[in-house]
Write a protein that binds this ligand. Structure first.
Ligand SMILES: [Zn+2]
Length: 78
């Protein structure tokens, strides 16, 4: 059983077991069902730019600050 696609007019063999998608060919179906391409979301803001020395220094500074805070918290809790 050959059907004509309602989108592009190409004759195609409908895939069995897919109700509701009988009047569209596979190409049109996949093209319609594909989500629009999204740019990958960066975890860090710094990953957007090429890594400069300032960014690395800033990261190191943040880590140092975190370590100092952790050490201080450990020291206080004793
Ligand atoms: Zn089509």
């Amino acid at each position: 059983m050959v059907k004509t696609c309602r989108q592009c007019g190409v004759e195609f063999q409908p895939t069995p077991g897919k109700p509701g998608y009988i009047d569209e060919c596979l190409e049109c179906l996949t093209a319609r069902n594909l989500p629009p391409p999204k740019p990958p979301q960066p975890l860090w803001i710094y990953d957007k730019r090429p890594r400069s020395l300032t960014d690395i220094l800033l990261n190191v500074l943040i880590w140092l600050l975190l370590v100092i805070i952790m050490m201080y918290a450990c020291y206080k809790s004793r």
